[in-house]
Design a protein around this ligand. Structure first.
Ligand SMILES: *Cc1c(COP(=O)(O)O)cnc(C)c1O
Length: 418
């Protein structure tokens, strides 16, 4: 089994840093997300250190996991943020994040979101269309601001990842087609309430090789050179996020190798480098703790029915994603092959297929590498309260989000008059 960093067995008991996960389950119940602050800190520091003397800014992609405690931990380490909504902006501000280190991505920024980001004086708007650029100019004019802008250019690179998380091919909805970028930069230069600040791309998520990143970087640099030859100056180059993590048998590049490759590809350019890592910052730093409620042995299949489900962790149902599933207490006995499924009324509700496990009723299981796009994609489907979230720091355990109550789920609902 691969190495799960801050989560390891001691005497057949799985620990998060110095805390037995069984204790966390006893105190906070299941399902429960557990994060290792040491793992998040070490990922941030690995990115930061690998840049060495290069002028850089790491903008954590908030959508991967937007809990205030995680944003606050990263803000204290010096991280910037990549947001994709006004809600994420509000979270960053609430968590003590620096708006001057915050960039705003996304194809559908609303006027209200743009106004809030202008009021907060964020570092840069990553603009994804000509119409958005015009709207931004107009709103900035109305509010007496100058909007700092990068155009997000679609470099038409195949990231070689799942089609739902590939964003940099010409058929995707993201970014401005490379062929139009120069015209729209020239237009941006004419707009009175726009200041051109950078150049941006983001080609997809869970990339497991360096080549597409480098191909995209080279295309951006060629464009940057053409822009500068027309007198447009670019202060920063934002190369997006997307570095993959190991869920199963993947072997993504290490953080250090990835950053060094970006630095090498751009070494002749003085621009500040921005990156927007999400998954690689928090993915391996979290797990979903769940309890086995029933075992069902059908003629051709064994089911382990657990209290975590697709509403808690959507990735298996949405992308057929693999997450390792480990017992919290290792047992001896007969191994059986299980379908690990949740209680939600959908055949797509599974956490793992064909897993060899030795389990009994009431055993605890851990769904690994669930720190990114786990809680942040969760829902209340089947009127299931969202899981509790816990952060471990050495031997301390902090509840960072209480389990939702059922009452909270319908608190906003109203019966029309009879
Ligand atoms: C989702 C996203 C990221 C983060 O991607 P990861 O694969 O989690 O690193 C970065 N930038 C943008 C624009 C995104 O949409």
């Amino acid at each position: 089994m691969s190495n799960f960093g801050s989560f390891e067995y001691r005497d057949n008991q799985l620990f998060a840093e110095s805390v037995p996960l069984a204790e966390i389950a006893a105190e906070f119940g299941t399902p429960c997300y557990v994060y290792s602050s040491a793992a998040i800190r070490s990922a941030y520091q690995a990115f930061d250190r690998a840049f060495g003397q290069r002028n850089h800014l790491i903008c954590y992609a908030v959508k991967a996991n937007s809990n205030l405690a995680i944003l606050n931990l990263l803000a204290r380490l010096g991280s910037g943020f990549d947001i994709v909504s006004g809600g994420e902006l509000q979270r960053v501000l609430k968590a003590g994040g620096n708006p001057q280190k915050t960039v705003f991505s996304g194809v559908g920024k609303t006027s209200d979101e743009i106004r809030a980001a202008l009021a907060a004086d964020i570092l840069c708007f990553n603009v994804e269309s000509e119409m958005e650029l015009m709207a931004l100019n107009e709103i900035a004019g109305q509010t007496g601001k100058i909007a700092p802008v990068s155009l997000r250019v679609n470099p038409d690179v195949d990231a070689n990842t799942h089609p739902y998380i590939s964003t940099g091919m010409k058929e995707n909805k993201f970014g401005i087609p490379a062929a139009e970028a120069e015209r729209i930069y020239a237009l941006a230069r004419q707009l009175p309430h726009i200041r051109i600040s950078g150049l941006d791309c983001h080609i997809g998520s869970q990339l497991t090789e360096l080549a597409p990143f480098i191909e995209a970087a080279n295309k951006m640099l060629a464009l940057l050179t053409r822009l500068q030859s027309t007198g447009i100056s670019i202060d920063h180059l934002d190369l997006g996020g997307g570095l993959g993590i190991r869920y199963n048998l993947e072997s993504p590049p290490a953080i250090e190798a990835y950053v060094r490759a970006l630095c090498a590809a751009t070494e002749n350019y003085p621009q500040q480098l921005l990156i927007e890592p999400g998954r690689s910052m928090v993915g391996s730093a979290g797990l979903l703790l769940t309890r086995v409620h029933y075992l069902k042995h059908a003629p051709h299949r064994n089911f382990a029915i657990v209290d975590g489900a697709m509403n808690d962790l959507l990735r298996p149902a949405l992308y057929q994603a693999y997450h390792a599933i480990l017992p919290i207490t290792k047992r001896t006995g007969e191994t059986k092959t299980y379908q690990v499924v949740g209680p939600v009324c959908e055949t797509g509700d599974f956490l793992g297929h064909d897993r060899d496990l030795i389990v009994e009723k009431n055993d605890l299981l851990s769904v690994m590498s669930a720190g990114a796009y786990g809680m942040s994609m969760s829902s209340n489907y089947n009127t299931r309260p969202r899981a509790a979230e816990v952060m471990v720091d050495g031997s301390s355990v902090h509840l960072i989000r209480a389990r939702e109550t059922i009452e909270a789920l319908y608190a906003l609902e109203k019966l029309p008059p009879a």
